[in-house]
Design a binder for this molecule. Structure first.
Ligand code: C5P
Length: 220
């Protein structure tokens, strides 16, 4: 199979990572969760109690972000530390848009993402993959869903994991994060001109996966 690059962008909780992981497994591609990288940078900022991009970057250079396949799927490391769970806390989720809007942080992480994607055979999800990170990607998907449906999906997931969650608060937080991510100055969340818009409202994960895999088959 030709070693293609696939970009999956879209707002918070639109199901990007769920479908990208399945497509990666089915088509034997590398999966890169770029949101996890911005979350790891945010975790560093909170731990070090700093807003200074150079301090965050310096720490990550000494303790690189890496991904490994573990018992519970893909795990995220910062140096030797497994940060898979701690980068998903509410504190990180509600701060990440601020840290990811910093130009130096974006420049640093985008360069890393491009390096990882260089040889192709990869599916990446994020906000600016089709517009900035991989402008030449063979397939670009812009995955959206209504705020209500996204909040309900996340609510269900949290309840299943035993995390106490308030649905109305979740809707507000998702809408706020979308607003911040789409209105920031650098690399805002935006559909690339050549991306395929896919609205997953009312669709199953299987429907979305099938749609993407059909598109891939038409290319390779
Ligand atoms: O995908 P996820 O929701 O985990 O992303 C967390 C945050 O990281 C987003 O809300 C956004 O602020 C930032 N992000 C970004 N660019 C990307 C991926 C994520 O700015 N490519």
């Amino acid at each position: 199979m030709k070693k293609i690059q696939i970009a999956v962008d879209g707002p918070a909780s639109s199901g990007k990572s769920t479908v990208a992981k399945i497509v990666a497994r089915d088509l034997d591609l590398i999966y890169l969760d770029t949101g996890a990288m911005y979350r790891a940078a945010t975790f560093v900022a909170l731990q070090k109690e700093t807003n200074k991009a150079e301090e965050i970057i310096d720490f990550i250079k000494r303790n690189p972000i890496s991904f490994m396949n573990g018992k519970s799927g893909q795990e995220v490391y910062l140096g030797l530390n497994n940060v898979t769970q701690v980068i998903r806390t509410n504190e990180v989720t509600n701060t990440v848009s601020k840290i990811s809007a910093m130009p130096e942080i974006r420049e640093f992480l985008v360069a890393e993402q491009q390096r990882i994607a260089h040889n192709g055979g990869i599916i990446m999800d994020g906000r600016d993959i089709g517009t900035v990170v991989l402008p030449e990607a063979e397939l670009k998907i812009f995955l959206v869903a209504s705020v209500d449906e996204r909040a309900e999906r996340r609510y269900k997931e949290n309840i299943e994991k035993g995390i106490p969650t308030n649905l109305e608060q979740l809707k507000e937080e998702i809408a706020k994060r979308d607003y911040k991510d789409s209105t920031r100055e650098i690399s805002p969340l935006k559909q690339a001109n050549d991306a395929v818009l896919l609205d997953s409202t009312g669709k199953t994960i299987e429907d979305v996966v099938l749609f993407i895999e059909e598109k891939v088959k038409a290319i390779v």
